[in-house]
Design a protein around this ligand. Structure first.
Ligand code: COA
Length: 142
C-alpha cells in the first residue's frame, strides 16, 4: 500500500527508511539528511502486506514546480517496481493539485530509473551529501 503520510507514526517510518538508505548505506551526514523542509514537504510511504515500511519519497512545491526528493527503497525491496509505483503515486497526487512540472536531483546511478519514468537530465553534475547528482525534469501534459 502506498499512501501520503498523515500520522507521526508514518513520518517516523519515513525517517527510519531514510536513515537506513541514505545515512547508513550511502553515508550521507545525518544533519544533511534531515533538513529545514521536513515540515513543509509532502511525504509518501509504501508498506507491504505485513505493515513493514519499504519505501518513501517527498516533494515540495518550489516556484510552482514539484521538486521530488529523498526517494528511497529499502535494499531488500529494490528491483520489484516499488520505486516506480511510488513515483507514479506521488506524481498523481501533485497532478491532482494542478501541478504539471516536475524536477529532481538524481544520483548518477539512478538516472536510468528516472528515465524510465520520463525524466530527462540537464545541466552540470553537482555534489549533494557528497554524492554526484544531475538535475532531471519532466513535464506532464495537463
Ligand atoms: N539502473 C538502471 N535501471 C534501473 C535502476 C538502475 N540502478 N534501478 C531501477 N531501474 C529501472 C528498472 O529496471 C525498471 O525499469 P523497467 O520498468 O523498464 O523494468 C525501473 O527502473 C523501475 O525500477 P524499480 O524496481 O521500480 O526501482 P526500485 O524500486 O529499485 O527503486 C531506486 C529505484 C533508485 C529508488 C532504489 O534503487 C533506491 O532506493 N536506491 C537507493 C537510494 C537512492 O539512490 N535513491 C535515489 C536518490 S536520487
Amino acid at each position: 500500500m502506498i499512501k501520503k503520510v498523515e500520522s507521526d507514526k508514518e513520518y517516523r517510518d519515513v525517517l527510519s527508511i531514510r536513515m537506513t538508505v541514505f545515512v547508513d548505506e550511502q553515508n550521507v551526514p545525518k544533519e544533511e539528511e534531515i533538513d529545514e523542509f521536513e515540515q513543509t514537504a509532502t511525504h509518501f510511504i509504501a508498506y507491504d502486506d505485513n505493515g513493514k515500511a519499504l519505501a518513501t519519497a517527498r516533494y515540495r512545491i518550489v516556484d510552482s514546480i514539484v521538486k521530488v526528493e529523498r526517494v528511497a527503497v529499502l535494499k531488500e525491496a529494490r528491483g520489484l517496481g516499488l520505486g516506480r509505483q511510488l513515483m507514479l503515486f506521488l506524481e498523481k497526487n501533485a497532478l491532482n493539485q494542478g501541478y504539471t512540472h516536475f524536477k529532481l536531483g538524481a544520483q548518477t546511478h539512478a538516472i536510468p530509473f528516472y528515465e524510465t519514468l520520463g525524466y530527462a537530465a540537464y545541466g552540470n553534475q553537482f555534489l549533494d551529501g557528497g554524492i554526484p547528482h544531475y538535475f532531471m525534469k519532466k513535464q506532464v501534459k495537463s
